[in-house]
Ligand binder design. Structure first.
Ligand SMILES: Cc1cc2nc3c(=O)[nH]c(=O)nc-3n(C[C@H](O)[C@H](O)[C@H](O)COP(=O)(O)OP(=O)(O)OC[C@H]3O[C@@H](n4cnc5c(N)ncnc54)[C@H](O)[C@@H]3O)c2cc1C
Length: 391
């Protein structure tokens, strides 16, 4: 060990990945599978947005007005999920809880039914599969629905995975491939005299040199990239709160299912995992990543979840969690090589980063093989927000 205060330089690696959430872990894994030497930096791997995610793989029920470009990415990623899950599970020997559950979407009152109907019409125009149900049909699918339901849709193509299990499996894959993760934050990116990114200096003063640097630091990517000329990553934190319930003693074990509700114009979802874990989510607040669960946030989630599934009342609360999604100005990711040599961005996956994991994995394969990305990714060009001259 060098004396305290002495500068330490770690000899070069092919790829340095900054941020070890689901996206950074995928980038690191694909780089290593491509035969590259990889190092990762993250003070708290897996403790960002990926920790709070409910794990819905929901290209249809997430499809919203004005988001057609995002829907195209989401649909393509959903199609890749079965193969991606199989590959992650095979490589790690771990179960990641991928289940083809479908999603039941319900409206609480007449206004909610009208809003859901308008959204479903747009979703159908985009070619998405949404089946309208009579309320009795919805109750057949979900006997736990409350008495006040004004409309329902069945979405067979939306599924789920356990994001924490996914992250554990990705870490296991990296460990098996000998990838080192340092539990430290990157303080700044390092550039050479030509402006190329050649590594990073961590908060302990250690320099990590690399041929290519992937910044996958979630919403914090913006701050890391800000000092560089010629590139901008306007990510922002969008806070989300969830409540986890323990459904094991209620006998709610074994069946994966998801109910999404619109309750007096407020969206809420309830995700059942086969383990008996139940997730109620999520708030969406334009607030920083303070990781605080609030009375108003938790109250709102429980009120709306109980409105559609009253039986939740009986269950113990296992955990409250609040984390920030990595938002971008147009709700699309920033993924790929930038105009700055050596700098790759992998961020901005916002509210669909788990769903987009499968397609992100494919994109990383292309990036590390220096192949062009699939045309689908053109809307996620990491240089699209750059107003500086090198654009
Ligand atoms: C409440 C909630 C519910 C969600 N539900 C779903 C869902 O059902 N389905 C879905 O698809 N998506 C969902 N999402 C979105 C999904 O969680 C995110 O899109 C995804 O986790 C983003 O992954 P990431 O790796 O980019 O970011 P993160 O998981 O936030 O990881 C970023 C990592 O970077 C690290 N980092 C930050 N700064 C530095 C630095 N300077 N140096 C080194 N490391 C650094 C952090 O410690 C962190 O580990 C949800 C999000 C939230 C908050």
């Amino acid at each position: 060990m060098p004396a305290k205060g002495a500068m330490m330089v770690l000899s070069g690696t092919d790829v340095l990945v900054i941020g070890h959430g689901v996206v950074g872990a995928i980038a690191a894994w694909r780089a290593r599978v491509a035969g590259l030497a990889v190092t990762c930096l993250d003070p708290h791997p897996g403790a960002g947005a990926s920790y709070a995610a409910a794990g819905m793989l929901a290209p249809v029920t997430e499809a919203d007005f004005g988001e057609h470009d995002l829907v195209r990415l989401n649909v393509a990623s959903a199609a890749r999920w079965p193969a991606f899950a199989a590959e992650v599970e095979h490589a790690s020997g771990m179960d990641i809880g991928f289940c083809t559950s479908g999603i039941l979407s319900v409206a609480y009152d007449v206004g909610d039914a009208q809003q859901l109907d308008r959204l479903c019409q747009v979703q159908r125009r985009w070619g998405l599969e949404v089946e309208e149900l009579a309320v009795a049909g919805a109750r057949d699918r979900e006997p736990l629905l409350g008495p006040r339901i004004a409309g329902a849709y069945w979405v067979p193509g939306d599924h789920q995975v356990d994001p924490r299990a996914l992250h554990r499996a990705l870490r296991e894959n990296l460990a098996r491939l000998g990838v080192t993760t340092f539990s430290v934050a990157a303080a700044r990116l390092l550039t050479d005299s030509a402006g190329a990114v050649v590594g990073a200096v961590d908060t302990e003063g250690v320099t990590h040199l690399a041929d290519r640097v992937v910044v996958a630091a979630g919403h914090a990517t913006r701050a890391l990239v800000a000092p560089l000329e010629g590139v901008e990553a306007p990510t922002r934190a969008v806070k989300g709160q969830i409540v986890r319930l323990d459904g094991r003693d209620a006998g709610w074990i074994g069946e994966a299912r998801i109910v999404r509700g619109l309750v007096q114009q407020r969206p809420v979802y309830v995700v059942w995992r086969p383990s008996g874990e139940i997730i109620i989510g999520a708030t969406s607040e334009e607030l920083p990543d303070d990781r605080q669960s609030t009375v108003g946030g938790v109250f709102g989630l429980l009120r709306d979840a109980r409105a559609i599934i009253p039986g939740l009342d009986e269950l113990p609360i296992a955990e409250l969690a609040a984390r920030a999604r990595p938002g971008s100005p147009d709700n699309l990711p920033l993924l790929g090589q930038t105009a700055t040599p050596g700098l790759i961005l992998a961020t901005g996956h916002y509210r669909n980063g788990i769903l987009l994991a499968a397609l992100t994995s494919d994109a990383c394969d292309a990036i590390f093989a220096q192949r062009p990305l699939d045309e689908l990714w053109s809307t996620a060009d990491p240089m699209r927000f750059c107003t500086k001259e090198t654009r």
